[in-house]
Each structure stands twice: as C-alpha cells, then as structure tokens.
Design a protein around this ligand. Structure first.
Ligand code: G6P
Ligand code: MN
Length: 441
C-alpha cells in the first residue's frame, strides 16, 4: 500500500519542519507521493521547488509536486496535513494592533485576535473539507490550522462524520518540558489533561512506576525552587516570547496550584499583565514576518538560484514529529495516546456533551477514542463554559453572518471588559477584514 499526502497551506512557514519529518520517515508511512497545495502561488512555488531539490539531493524517492489547484491536489489523497492562514501574518499583525490599541489581548488564538482569525478561517476550511468529501472522501485530515478551538467546533458541527483530527503541538511541547524537568523519557510518562485547545489543565503526570509527579512539581513551584521550565522545543527556546510564556505558565501555576495550566491561559487569567508587556509597534505578527517568514523564503530563493540544496538543511522538531506520529498511529493502528480535539460525548461528565474539548485519546485506524475525565471542578468548568459559549457564538456568526451573534460572541470573551470596548474592537476588526470575513448584517 502506498500513501499520497497533501499539505494544504503547503506554502506556510510551518511546512519546512513537517517536510523534513516526512522525508525522514517516508518509509514507515508508505509515503510515495507528496503535493504542496496553497492559494499563494509564489510561496508554494518557492517551497515546492526547494522541496523537490532537497528531497532529490538527499536521496528521497517521494514524488513531489506543487499546485494552486485544489481539485488536482486532492485526487487519490490519503492524508491531508492542513495549516492555512487566510490574510497571512500581515492580517495577524493588523488584528493585534487594533486590539492592543483598545487595551485588550490581540493574540491570534486567544482574545479578539482569535475571533478575527476564526472569521477568516472558518469559511475557507469548510470549503476545503467539502472538496475532500467530493474528491477523496476516505482521506484523513490532520488539522493544525488555528484558532483550533473555534475551528474544531465549526468543523464537527458542519461535518460531524468527517475524518478530521484537530491537533496542537502545545500540550506535547509542555509535556516534553515537564519530562525533561523530571529527567524522564517523555514516552514513560502518562499525562491526564482536559480543557479546550489553548485552554486546558493537567491533572496528573504519572511516571513508569505509577507515581503522580504533579504534587512534586507543585511543591517545587510553590517553594520557589523553579520559576520556569526548560523548553523541549528547539525552535522556540531562544525566542523571547516563548521564554516569557514558559515563565508566566509557572507563575500561573503558583497562583492557581490545583492543576498545571496550559500556557495560553495567560491570556485569560492575567490579560492585564500580557497587554502591559506588548509593544504596539512591534507585535508577534511583525516578529514572525521579519524573522521566520523572511528566513525561510530567502533560503528557498537562495537554493533555487544556486540550483542545488546541498548546503541547506531542514530541522525536524516537535511540530513535525507530532503530526507524523499521529498519521503513523492511524496507518498502523497503534492506538497510541495523543491529545486531540474531539466532541466531549461524556468524557467530561459535567460538561456539554456536544462541545468539542481537548483531551488525551487513543488513536488508531478508527480515529481517536478519548479517555474518561469524569467531573471537573467549578473554577475550570466555569471558565470553560463561558469560553465554549464564546466559541459557539463565533461559529454561529461565521456561519450565519449575524452581526448580533458576533457582538454577543465578543462580549462572551473573558478578555473583553465591556460593551463599549467590545463593539469598538469588533467594528474596527470588521473594517480591516472585509475581504476575508463573511458579510455581517
Ligand atoms: C504554538 C501553538 C500554535 C501556534 C504557534 C505560534 O506552536 O500551539 O497553535 O500557531 O505556537 O507560533 P508563532 O511563532 O507563529 O507565534
Ligand atoms: Mn496550538
């Protein structure tokens, strides 16, 4: 059996890390054909040409092509790796600045940055899934596209039977950091986690002997023995944003010591501290455009001009390995444990059964079978209920084009202090996103 993989958003700056892992692990995936598909002709052509050379010169047998034609790309596809960004990082930076100008969080997945991104991305992703259902209905879609929490809610609402797994590399990255703190192999630890994407908590960290390491971690944080964790992610450990974020995550745990928090809770539990830290003239979107984007496309141009990739290399990190591990688990029916976004269906017994949640699951050829969490405490449940209502109303707004639904969604976001600010930010975001959002009436 041979597999054809399609990278949807193949021109993305997140592609190189995945391309490297696919190259290294092609055999175990039975991967024979790879298509980079993107609506951005220039970017997909740069990465496509680069990949062809790089693969060929490193002895890969995978047949590589690139295209802006989705109908062509999807023929006979077995796996889609999807990560798209309508409006690119340019739009991300514009959103961040509008939010920050009004003193609220503009991060691309949390706060109204996430709302705006969701309004751009939901219609685009649903269109793609519709195509998949027509052209390659048996294909699996592994989705990294953000804002994953809201997007997964939209996907499972519109296509409840779709073969889609919505994933994020943050839980595994934090788990890797915890493992290295305890000097353990990540594979020897079992984590229990619940919440929604970029909005969750670890309740247990079980080692090979069955001991829960969470109490030890709590003690070390409360006693001041540690104020950060070493990052497992090679790509981010030199990046000031991530250095600060890992520190803030420990600071959150100190202040809310019941469960260990996903770092993105910093935007909901300490939004004032996050906003105070931001530079209105140089946001994360600017940083990514001037850093990763420039570096990657410049390198593609250099290699293409030189006619050889022999002095170029790609880095295989957590992000690439995680998605490939999941594809492997599906292909070989390993039933290995991964954190994924799925409908609750009773996993959290005191939470909306139809809501999409993020929990560990055993992944095999049937997809993901989530673990049982049971009851969650009032504090986390309360936060999740408000956030889930926000996510659902954002999906309502994106699907119906209702301005009132959009406004109510915005008011349900915990980062928005009142009607005046919420409406102003919403209206300004709409104004600069007219090309991408559905029309709101
Ligand atoms: C983590 C998150 C992703 C997010 C990325 C942002 O990996 O899990 O959801 O897209 O960070 O990275 P960036 O460098 O674009 O800010
Ligand atoms: Mn993520």
């Amino acid at each position: 059996m041979s597999n054809k993989f399609v990278m949807v958003g193949g021109g993305s700056t997140q592609s190189p890390g995945i391309l490297e892992v696919l190259r290294q692990r092609a055999e175990e995936l039975n991967l024979t054909e790879l298509v980079l598909y993107d609506i951005d002709e220039e970017r997909v052509s740069l990465l496509g040409q680069y990949t062809k050379m790089y693969y060929q010169e490193t002895g890969s047998k995978i047949k590589v092509s690139f295209t802006t034609n989705i109908d062509e790309a999807l023929v006979d596809a077995d796996f889609l790796f999807m990560q798209i960004r309508p409006g690119l990082n340019r739009q991300r930076a514009i959103d961040e600045k509008i939010c920050l100008k009004h003193g609220v969080v503009g991060q691309e997945t949390c706060g109204l940055g996430g709302f705006s991104f969701a309004m751009r991305v939901i219609p685009a992703v649903l269109e793609i899934i519709k195509k998949v259902k027509e052209i390659c209905p048996n294909a699996w879609i592994l989705n990294y596209t953000n804002p994953e929490a809201i997007l997964s809610e939209a996907i499972y609402r519109v296509f409840p039977e779709a073969k889609v797994l919505c994933i994020c590399d943050m839980p595994i990255s934090i788990e890797g950091a915890i493992a290295s703190y305890f000097n353990k192999d990540l594979r020897d630890l079992t984590f229990k986690y619940f919440g929604m994407n970029h909005f969750g908590w670890w309740t247990n960290i079980i080692d090979a002997d069955g001991t829960d390491l969470l109490p030890q971690l709590r003690e070390d944080v409360i006693s001041g023995k540690i104020d950060t964790l070493l990052q497992s992610n090679e790509e981010t450990k030199e990046d000031q944003y991530w250095i600060d974020t890992y520190r803030q995550m420990i600071s959150l745990f100190k202040r809310f010591p019941e469960y260990f928090p996903n770092c993105y809770l910093q935007y909901y539990l300490t939004p004032d501290e996050m906003v105070a830290h931001e530079d209105l003239n140089f946001t994360r979107g600017d940083y990514v455009m001037q850093g990763r984007e420039k570096r990657i496309y410049d390198e593609c141009r250099r290699v293409i001009d030189a006619g050889s990739a022999k002095d170029s290399s790609l880095h295989a990190g957590v992000h690439g390995n995680y998605i490939v591990d999941i594809a492997y688990a599906i292909i070989h029916n390993t039933r290995e444990r991964f954190t994924v976004n799925q409908k609750n269906h009773g996993a959290i017994s005191n939470f909306d059964s139809e809501a999409v949640i993020e929990v560990p699951a055993y992944v095999g050829s049937m997809g993901a079978e989530t673990i049982n969490i049971g009851e969650i405490p009032t504090f986390q449940k309360g936060l999740m209920e408000m956030q889930k209502a926000y996510e659902k109303m954002t999906v309502d707004a994106a699907l119906s084009g209702s301005y009132q639904a959009a406004l109510e969604a915005v008011l349900l976001n915990k980062t928005i202090p009142n009607y005046t600010v919420g409406k102003k930010v919403l209206d300004e975001l709409y104004e600069v996103n007219r090309e991408f959002w559905p029309i709101l009436i």
